[in-house]
Design a protein around this ligand. Structure first.
Ligand code: B12
Length: 523
């Protein structure tokens, strides 16, 4: 398999997603530093298998989340058959369900952070050394499975250098050409929300302290990366995808002081409600923040703080929303419907909370109790969770894998949610409307159209902030254009197969300003 005079050729096989993959970029950077060659093959793409064969990879790499793991396992079997290469899986699903090592075709499963682990694996493979004691890996060798502990977390993110964007941008044209790019300034989170991966990653995989787990890059390091990316690629809008951008007040102050001088581009952020202050919002607005996301999750205190362990008050939600709105920043909220033990009225209260907070763009998900999270144990103990990860949907915003008495009403409410936030006069009818199950397709269409319209509003904001506002960015015009193109592409996809999927994604990349958004009509 390995050529005597050379390094390993690593090939990431990756589905097109609505945003570029920072994890793969970091891995590529570490692999290249260790002397290996790295490439990404995006899917679906014409003649992709021929391209894979031409590259002659030594190592096949997959970055997988729960819901798309079956797709990648099947893909790997197919590619392994024709290349005979060594296969390595990483990311959340691999970390939390390492038992996937038992699957046919899987050679190694990486748990946790992969930079040093993956580079070491490739170097050992190249030298023909034993792999069985390699930290972070559950690994097959000589017909046996070895389960190794993780190495310590990376202590300073800066020692990793910048993520290697070329590994994505060179092979995924739509990621390179889009002028809105993702940046991540930290790893870890000090909170223990029961539905999120952080507490499981921190306490159950790493057994790490808060200090070890929560790491933030310096403002200068972040700004330097953005500057470099701007020199090499089209960049007009910065999308900070940190789980909590305002985690450290002093960092925020330094950021707001340096940003206009050094970068001066519009950007958006995700904030935590109980850390969001009026002063912060005024400062963020001044330096170019146009949109902010706040996670509400649920209006009911018991659900939000006991079941979800969010640890924020209703007052925090109201005041942070007010600060965002008063600063003139577009407010997006996130909620997680379908909490175990919640009643339909609890969900309706969350809808009301969004109306009261005058949310511009509500994002609504249905709870998925992912592996190793505490909410998973909770739902399992109550006997209301599905027990097989293979039943998880690829996206968390359509159906729930938790059983509820009022499941159908819940799914209707999910579809009505953005419509009612926008047209609050409908609110009083909601308890009645959710029971009209024969209207569920109508609700789905209204949901799709409403979320598309909200995305068009977001697009206009983006166009205005980057000086590209025109007749075409008027929300109604953008909405008609994108919706009709999507309908045509969707129809072509249904009738002529997957080859139109890439065109649909390209449209999404070029016109949406949001990621993690409900993929409306494309679903
Ligand atoms: C950006 C992001 C996205 C982006 C890009 C996703 C991507 N694949 O990179 C978009 C918007 C497309 C997205 C979509 C979704 N996401 Co998302 N996303 C994130 C987010 C906020 C940051 C990811 C990131 O870049 N982290 C920084 C990098 C450096 O870390 P990393 O990606 O974990 O990679 C490291 C390790 O995991 C490992 N590693 C990763 N891949 C590999 C591969 C190999 C071979 C090896 C050896 C190691 C390795 O090494 C990397 C470097 O240390 C995370 C939450 C978070 N804070 O991490 C959620 C998260 C990954 N998303 C999540 C979910 C649920 C989704 C969706 C299902 C949501 C939906 N639409 O319904 C989809 C699924 C899409 C998909 N198929 O991947 C969950 C996954 C839970 C799970 N158990 O699987 C997370 C953990 C959020 C959460 N709070 O629970 N997401």
């Amino acid at each position: 398999m390995s050529r005597p005079d050379t390094h390993m050729r690593v090939l990431f096989l990756q589905k097109y997603l609505p945003a570029e993959m920072i994890g793969i970029m970091y891995l590529s950077s570490a692999l290249k530093k260790a002397g290996h060659e790295v490439k990404t093959q995006f899917l679906p793409e014409k003649h992709w298998l021929d391209k894979v064969k031409d590259y002659k990879p030594d190592v096949l790499a997959y970055s997988i989340t729960t819901g798309d793991h079956l797709y990648y396992l099947e893909l790997n079997r197919r590619v392994k058959e024709v290349t005979g290469a060594y296969s390595v899986f990483g990311n959340s699903h691999a970390t939390f369900v390492p038992e996937m090592i038992e699957e046919e075709g899987v050679d190694a499963v990486c748990r946790g952070e992969g930079e040093y682990a993956f580079a070491e694996l490739c170097t050992k493979l190249e030298k023909g050394l034993l792999l069985r004691r390699l930290k972070n890996f559950w690994i097959k060798e000589d017909g046996k499975i070895y389960k190794n502990p993780v190495r310590p977390l990376v202590s300073s993110l800066e020692e990793l250098g910048f993520p290697d964007r070329s590994v994505i941008y060179d092979y995924g044209e739509c990621y390179r050409t889009v002028e809105r790019k993702i940046f991540i300034t930290q790893r870890g989170c000090p909170n223990s929300c029961s539905y999120c991966f952080h507490h499981a990653w921190r306490d159950k995989v790493y057994h790490a302290s808060m200090k070890q787990y929560v790491r933030k890059r310096s403002v200068d390091h972040v700004l330097e990366e953005i500057k470099l990316v701007g020199e090499q690629y089209p960049l007009k809008f910065v999308h900070f995808l940190d789980d909590i951008f305002n985690i450290k007040d002093s960092w925020m102050e330094e950021f707001c002081e340096k940003w206009p001088r050094e970068i001066n581009l519009p950007f958006d952020v995700i904030l935590r409600t109980n850390l969001t202050t009026e002063k912060q919002m005024q400062n963020l607005k001044k330096v170019g923040c146009v949109s902010a996301r706040l996670a509400f999750e649920a209006a009911n205190d018991q659900i939000r703080n006991v079941v979800y362990r969010k640890n924020v008050t209703l007052d925090d939600i109201h005041s942070s929303s007010r600060h965002v709105k008063e600063a003139g920043i577009r407010l997006t909220s996130l909620q997680l419907l379908g909490a175990p033990g919640g009643t339909l009225q609890d969900e309706i209260d969350t809808l009301k909370l969004n109306i009261d907070c005058k949310v511009d763009h509500p994002w609504v998900s249905l709870l998925q109790p992912y592996a190793m999270t505490d909410i998973n144990e909770y739902t399992k103990n109550q006997g209301i969770a599905v027990d097989a990860w293979d039943q998880f949907p690829e996206k968390f915003n359509r159906t729930t894998t938790v059983h509820h008495k009022h499941r159908k009403e819940l799914e209707n409410l999910h579809k009505l949610f953005p419509v009612v936030v926008r047209f609050p006069f409908l609110f009083r009818m909601v308890p009645f409307l959710v029971k009209l199950h024969f209207l569920k397709h109508f609700y789905l269409v209204s949901y799709a159209l409403m979320t598309e319209y909200m995305t068009s509003e977001q697009n206009q904001l983006w166009a205005k902030s980057t000086g590209k506002n025109s007749f075409l960015s008027i929300p109604f015009v953008d909405w008609v254009r994108r919706t009709s193109v999507k309908i045509v592409l969707r129809a072509q996809e249904v009738f002529f197969g997957k080859k139109f999927r890439k065109a649909a994604l390209k449209l999404k990349m070029s016109s949406d300003t949001v990621v993690h958004a409900d993929e409306a009509i494309e679903n």
